[in-house]
Structures are given as C-alpha cells and as structure tokens.
Design a binder for this molecule. Structure first.
Ligand code: SF4
Length: 389
C-alpha cells in the first residue's frame, strides 16, 4: 500500500501539480486549498463542490493532518497554549495571544534547536529535527479553526478571522529550516488560504546572515532579530552563532534586508539578564551599534524580561533596571517597548512545556531543583512577572 500524502505539506503550486497528477484541472487545486485552509476541512466528503470522483480518489490517497494536540491550556488572560506531538517523543508549542485589535499566533519551526542560546530552555534540549511544511502550517491551521470552534464562529472567509498575525518565535531557528519555513510562509500569505499581509507575519532569527539575504529574495516578511548583546564578546557567550556571523555582518544583513522588507525597521529582541547585559553602558553601546559609525540600522527594540529556568543560572533584570535601560534607548530616539509577559498561570519559558514531554522521568528531580532555586532566589523564580509601564 502506498503511504498517504498529507495535503498540508503542499504550497499552492505544489497542490496544482498534485491535482494534475490525479488528472484534475488547476482550478480544482484552488477549491481544495480553500476547503483546507479557509474552511478548516479535513474530511474530503465535506468538500461538496469537488466532483465525487475526485473526493473518492483523495480519500484513498491523501489526508489533511496537523500535529496531534497533547495539551491545550487557556490562561486567565486569554492566552492559549497548545503542546503538539511531532512524533518520537518530540513536542513543539504554539501559543495564541489575544489583544484588543488582533490575535497573534507564535509558532515553532523545529523540534529543539541547535543554536543553544544560553538563556533559552529550548536550546538546552538540543536539536531533534526540522519540522515539515505540514507541521509548521498545521499549527496555524489547527489553531485558527480550533479557536473558531471554541467561540462558535463559522469557518470560511465570512467568519471572523481569529489569527491576524503570526510570529515565528517558538521553538527552533526558522532560517536553519529554510525551505519548509518559506513554503509555510507562502501559504500564510496566499489569498486562497490565510491571506495575511507580509507586515503581519514576522520571522525571528538569531542571525543566520546568508539566509537573511535569501529570505529577502524569496519571501520577505517582517524581520525580528534575537540580539541580546551589545558587543561581540558578550554575544559570543549568549548566542553562540555570533562566532560565525558577528555583529558587523548581522547589522549589514539587516540593512540589506530592509530594502525588500514590508516594514521599514527591524525589531531587535533583547532579553534582559540581571548583571549580564543590562547596564547603562550596554544600552549606550547598543545605541552606538545601530546608530553610530558607518551604518545606521532603522530599528525598534523589544526588551524581554528574562523568564528564568533552573539550568540557565541566569536571573531576570530588576524592573527599575529594565526601565532605565529602555530610557537610554528612547532618549537616543529609538522606539523601545518592554514585552508584557502573558499566560503566567499556564507555564513558564519558551520550550519548557515541550521539554517535560521528552523528559517525564526527570520531572520529580526538576521539581526538587525548582524548589531549591525558589528558596535561593525567591518565590518568583521560574514565573513570569508582568511589568506595567
Ligand atoms: S533563542 Fe531561538 S535560536 Fe536561540 S536556542 Fe532558543 S530557539 Fe534556538
């Protein structure tokens, strides 16, 4: 028996080719795509305007399957987090963050991550594997239609869209899983699927310079860069990829990218680590990095209060320190926001839930460790604390 093809793996062009291989005209691919990505249909007999003969063919050859949901938690602030099974004991996360005028979904592109940033719990799990196109776009597919089902909103273009923005900031380095990531991005932008504008889709990278250039040519969406340090010596220790692509190269790549980007700035993510990267001197160094010398990088800073986890050995900067740091950037005319942390009653840092699945045997040991750290560093250790501006 031949294995079933997962139609979530196809971009619009590939879907036309697949329909062609079944002896069907290209417009059938468009119909099929709408059923899948606009109506959330996974059963071919739901697709009533497809010829019965095509539905029968598909039923024996294809499936529409997103990763299975292992857990589904909604926080009191409305943040909803899914833990998804991607096989062989691996799991990834997708998080929906509702706000006044938009709904943002944060998705993952790899199970684990090879970059191993010092402050990131995903990095500590190591790299397991790249996600397929279907596993990446499947997070959006599952979340959009699950949110609609929960709220009783009809599927299809007439029903109110729940996810208006997508950020690739979950587990993994998207640019190290380039082709599946770009295929999934194209599906997000396609008018016969989710029809999101490029400005509303953000890819976050730790700085894979050659791939930033490739992205600018193949699918330029909004760009965020995990910066976290103001000089190479510090960044080498926090984001090991910096040794390969140092700051001068990264800044130059950002400037090149902006020629093609849908927004006229790059967002720099900066995780605030107590006593490590959060001094006034670091803030001034950052200003010089993006404003000084030969290069000016049009940018915005997003300061992220670090979410401690036991193995990191790092602590979150104190709130007044974060505000003082932001003040220096803002005084230099750089738009700066402090990330409001969400969903604090459903878990802790990125990658932490997923780690639990792989590592059930060590849960007891980790809980003991967590208690030990709490005694040492206070009750808020391992929790997200909201900073009001
Ligand atoms: S911060 Fe991003 S790139 Fe760095 S280890 Fe974590 S998932 Fe990977």
């Amino acid at each position: 028996m031949t294995s079933l093809v997962n139609l979530l793996d196809f971009d619009p062009v590939q879907l036309v080719a697949y329909c062609g291989s079944l002896g069907e005209k290209p417009f059938r691919a468009k119909q099929l795509q709408r059923w899948i990505h606009q109506f959330g249909a996974s059963q071919f007999d739901q697709m009533t305007d497809l010829a019965k003969s095509l539905r029968d063919k598909l039923a024996t050859r294809a499936i529409v399957a997103a990763p299975a949901v292992i857990s589904d938690h909604t926080s009191t602030d409305g943040t909803r987090k899914w833990l998804l099974d991607v096989g062989q004991g691996n799991a990834v996360e997708a998080v929906f963050i509702p706000e006044e005028n938009r709904g943002t979904l944060c998705i993952s592109t790899q199970a684990g991550c090879a970059v191993n940033c010092r402050f990131c719990s995903t990095g500590k799990q190591g790299f397991n594997r790249n996600l397929t196109v279907g596993e990446i776009i499947g997070q959006l597919w599952m979340a959009e239609f699950e949110l609609r089902r929960t709220k009783g909103i009809e599927p299809g273009p007439r029903g109110e869209r729940q996810i208006t923005n997508v950020v690739m900031m979950g587990m993994g380095e998207p640019l190290l899983n380039f082709e599946p990531t770009v295929t999934a991005l194209k599906m997000m932008l396609d008018d016969n699927a989710y029809g999101l504008s490029r400005r509303r889709v953000t890819l976050s990278t730790s700085g894979v310079v050659p791939m930033i250039d490739r992205l600018s040519q193949e699918c330029p969406v909004a760009l965020a860069v995990s910066l976290h340090a103001s000089n190479d010596a510090l960044r080498d220790g926090l984001v090991p990829l910096n040794k390969k692509y140092p700051l001068s190269e990264l800044m130059a790549a950002c400037v090149r990218y902006l020629e093609f980007a849908p927004r006229d700035f790059v967002t720099f993510e900066y995780c605030m680590l107590d006593g490590v990267n959060d001094s006034d001197e670091h803030a001034r160094e950052l200003v010089a990095l993006v404003r000084g010398g030969k290069l000016t990088v049009p940018c915005k800073f997003n300061l992220i209060p670090f979410n401690p986890f036991p193995e990191s050995g790092l602590l979150r900067s104190k709130n007044p320190r974060i505000k003082a740091f932001a003040g220096i950037l803002m005084e230099a005319g750089i738009v700066t926001t402090i990330r409001k942390t969400r969903g604090d009653d459903i878990d802790a840092a990125c990658g932490q839930l997923a780690g639990e699945v792989q590592d059930r045997t060590r849960v007891q040991e980790r809980m003991q460790k967590q208690e030990e750290y709490k005694r040492k560093f206070g009750d808020n250790f391992g929790r997200i604390v909201e900073i009001s501006s």
